[in-house]
Write a protein that binds this ligand. Structure first.
Ligand code: GLC
Ligand code: CA
Length: 556
């Protein structure tokens, strides 16, 4: 496999609205990000992805873009963005923006002009169909945020438009070459500015199965999940190859796609040597608890399921390319709250979960606050929730017959707002995020979990992540940690997740994924212990006696 400049990096996602507020309006901003670049550098971060900061009415927190060429005033100005790029470059940090091109905002000029003249050129930028009151909608697809995918075209009683996400996120018609050219022009404009690349949003959705048609209903409301339509769609890779040729390849840009519902056999065309993206996120463990009924029906994920999903994904990518490994992002609850059982979320357990993920083959991609072990939020009432997806899932749970209390309790552990509360900088008011009123509540555990406290304590979760990153970058182990192969070890031993990383050196990575102790047999004594999340190690003739949630990286 050809080595790439980004393979040995550690990447970090910033959710700008909740990272750092520089002007006391309660909303994080670009100046805030700039003021914290030294902290990111100190952690060892070399790739930074910013969730959207473009002009947006914020129906879906910036994933609804009204102008791809301007920065939303809530986040700052274009000068701020340019300064951020320059300041990051000085610190050896490559910056990625979010590329949201399956849809735009209904307040984008293209959509306004399509509404003014649906038969004109901008009408062709969207999926607009004739429809008369009382008729069935053009298709029975269920939008990702609930309800039908079609809404009345503003100003027209007899037309509807398609939105796979929120109704304020009309889908762009990629079949139209003029639209595709507009998008390529915009991408090149940003890359010319010095952007290193993009995280690419919801990209599988750009190709619809044509002609648009109904599929058998698979939900109580008679609608059908979009995933069924996507299974019938062919040709997304032709669009993506064309986009890559016209944009990313010319700039040697780094691209990381959010890809769900892709066909496993297509993986080489996505992330292989001549693939259309540099890499994709591995979501296999995040998808483990999904239920066709909705969030309320999700079951806790066991350590065994987690391990098998990760190993399967590692095997799929092994000869193809590099995937990006995550335990959480802005669309998921906090990893420590999801994958560790309630009552067992100690610092040791958090380090084990982070370490097992970080040492996998691929690009480690942290989400803001993960390096502190930030946890889900004890929301007390649905009125505290901002996220449209949570509000929809809550309604779904009520429709399924749950009481308001049960619906709330079932849905809240999966709310996207768990990961969207402000970053916990220190123990002062609002966790040091803002001196104003934060746009979303701060997790009340901030006096206990915050960066200032952890920075001052060498056995903190934060310092453990620093050690992981330092190991990845170290001249002695980089070769093995980054490019070494991965082979599961004792995969059938219950609640043990262990694997070899083999390159110049031979490393054994092991996590005891349970509160109780267990013995892991070893082929021979380790040469050296490189990382241990506990003060001690109990090596005996029959192997290493692991304490609950112990995590080790051993050189063998
Ligand atoms: C992606 C984003 C998510 C957004 C959706 C629609 O999944 O990560 O936050 O709601 O796309 O753009
Ligand atoms: Ca602000």
């Amino acid at each position: 496999m050809k080595r790439q400049w980004w393979h040995d990096k550690t990447a970090y996602q910033i959710y700008p609205k909740s990272f750092c507020d520089s002007n006391a309006d309660g909303i994080g901003d670009l100046q805030g990000v700039i003021s914290k670049l030294d902290d990111l550098q100190a952690l060892g971060i070399e790739i930074l992805w910013l969730s959207p900061v473009y002009l947006s009415p914020m129906a879906d927190q910036g994933y609804d873009i009204a102008d791809y060429y301007s920065i939303d005033p809530r986040f700052g100005t274009m000068e701020d963005m340019e300064r951020l790029l320059a300041e990051a470059r000085k610190r050896g940090i490559a910056v990625l923006m979010d590329l949201v091109v399956n849809h735009c905002s209904d307040e984008h000029e293209w959509f306004r002009r399509a509404c003014e003249d649906p038969d004109g050129p901008y009408g062709q930028y969207f999926y607009i169909r004739d429809w008369h009151e009382g008729e069935k909608l053009p298709t029975n697809w269920c939008s990702y945020f609930g309800g039908p995918c079609w809404d009345k075209l503003p100003g027209h009683e007899d037309k509807v438009y398609l939105h796979l996400f929120h109704k304020k996120q009309p889908d762009l018609n990629w079949e139209n070459p003029a639209l595709r050219q507009e998008i390529y022009r915009m991408i090149n404009w940003w890359l010319d500015k010095g952007l290193a690349g993009f995280r690419i949003d919801a990209i599988i959705n750009i190709k619809k199965a044509l002609p648009l048609c109904d599929y058998p209903p698979d939900r109580p409301d008679g609608l059908c999940y979009v995933s069924t339509m996507l299974r019938h769609a062919h040709g997304v890779l032709d669009f993506l190859d064309e986009m890559a040729r016209n944009t990313f390849q010319k700039h040697d840009a780094f691209t990381i796609a959010e890809l769900f519902d892709d066909r496993p056999e297509d993986l080489p065309r996505f992330i292989g040597e001549d693939g259309c993206f540099s890499t994709i996120f591995d979501f296999s463990e995040n998808a483990l608890d999904s239920s066709p009924n909705g969030w309320y029906d999700r079951k806790p994920i066991t350590a065994e399921q987690y391990k098998q999903a990760v190993f399967a994904a590692q095997a799929r990518a092994a000869d193809v390319g590099f995937m990006a490994n995550i335990i959480e992002n802005h669309d998921e609850p906090r990893g420590v709250s999801r994958y560790l059982p309630r009552g067992e979320r100690s610092e040791a357990a958090k380090k084990m979960l982070g370490g097992l993920n970080f040492m996998l083959r691929g690009l480690p991609f942290l989400y803001q606050g993960q390096e502190l072990g930030m946890e889900n939020v004890p929301f007390a009432d649905i009125s505290q929730i901002d996220d449209i997806s949570t509000l929809d899932e809550y309604q779904g749970a009520l429709r399924a017959g749950l009481s308001p209390e049960d619906a709330f309790a079932a849905v809240i552990p999966f709310s996207r707002d768990n990961a969207r509360t402000p970053y916990q900088w220190n123990a002062s008011a609002n966790a040091g995020f803002t001196t104003g009123k934060p746009w979303l509540m701060v997790n009340p555990n901030y006096p206990r979990i915050n960066l200032a406290e952890q920075r001052g304590r060498t056995d903190s979760v934060y310092h453990f992540y620093r050690e992981l990153i330092a190991l990845r970058r170290s001249p002695a182990y980089r070769e093995t940690v980054v490019w070494g192969s991965l082979e599961p070890y004792l995969a059938h031993q219950r609640n043990l997740m262990a694997y070899w990383r083999k390159g110049e050196k031979t490393l054994l990575v092991a996590g005891n994924f349970q509160a109780g102790p267990q013995v892991m047999p070893l082929p021979h004594a380790p040469r050296q212990i490189l990382l241990n999340n506990l003060p001690d190690i109990d090596l005996r003739a029959d192997g290493v006696h692991l304490a609950g949630y112990q995590f080790l990286v051993m050189e063998m």
